[in-house]
Design a protein around this ligand. Sequence first.
Ligand code: SF4
Length: 350
Amino acid sequence: MVSTRVDLTLLGVRGSPPVNRTGGAGPTDDGHFLIDGLNASIPRNQNSPFIFDGSRILRDGADCGVEISVIDRPRFYDLTTEDGVRYEQIATLHGRDVLATTVVQTCVRYDEAQRCRFCSIEESLRSGSTVAVKRPGQLAEVARAAVDLDGVTQMVMTTGTSNGTDRGAKHLARCVHAVKEAVPELPIQVQCEPPADLSTIDDLRYAGADAIGIHVESLDDDVRRTWMPGKASVPLAEYWAAWHHAVKVFGRNQVSTYLLVGLGEDPEELISGATLLADSGVYPFVVPFRPHAGTLAVDVDGARAPDPALVEKISREVAAHLRLVGMLGGDQSAGCAACGACGVLQSLGA
Ligand code: SF4
């Protein structure tokens, strides 16, 4: 039932499943489940009307009718590197089978005037749940274990943005190379801002990356300036140049971007932008904005989650177009669109 899936994504659940995370890049403070067999990242919210009782999701005391399974704590979390870093601090399990890491957990844009207002990338660093820079050898060791012990089938590597013109992509390439040497069968998606020199995208591909996410979050410049003042200094034209180049290098539907619903963009413009992206070979991963503590959006702006009806309408229309042009998240070799947990497009057949 898509409307319940949307409600869960926005309102979250009370209770905590075994796999969850606090702080970090992108949507956080979530618990990971399978809903109707698909990955689902659901916010943990002690005020939610939905209660997770360990095996079911209840609303007003009644089973809300979604088929839910818990994802067990992975075995690789119990391992530690020789120099004493817990594997869990290097990479985490997302959904049932995605290994995710932020290779550099700091961002040049984290100053309060520049930071994306929904981001808490450095909060997990302060809490000690991760380490600032993941070394290529550490990631290779953890990836090998996660595949062997827990059946991980794909890896997502994101990064905070660095000062250099590569915006962090060079370290990503070194990490991809090391993981591919250790675990050649593991598909990897890299995520970064558009590098100033487009040949850096080729370098990521040559290092072994199978897919790439270049995340704009909104195609509306006013929204970008309000919500992502630092990232908005990179013009949309640079995003389009990077997406077009990435499609040439990685192939159609091996490139993706996040589009957040609920930042105030005109819904019809969001849908037409998503359509244009899809027609250009870029999967528009439509995801509702999720407010969580520790971000400027909540702590300073008091931002709220979007209207569920709006999320459902936009997701339905974008999913219909994606199905029409034959672009499915599940056809990406790796990455957020392949995982699908943070949005509802896969529940709508896209
Ligand atoms: S969609 Fe991306 S961020 Fe969300 S759970 Fe999946 S891999 Fe993680």
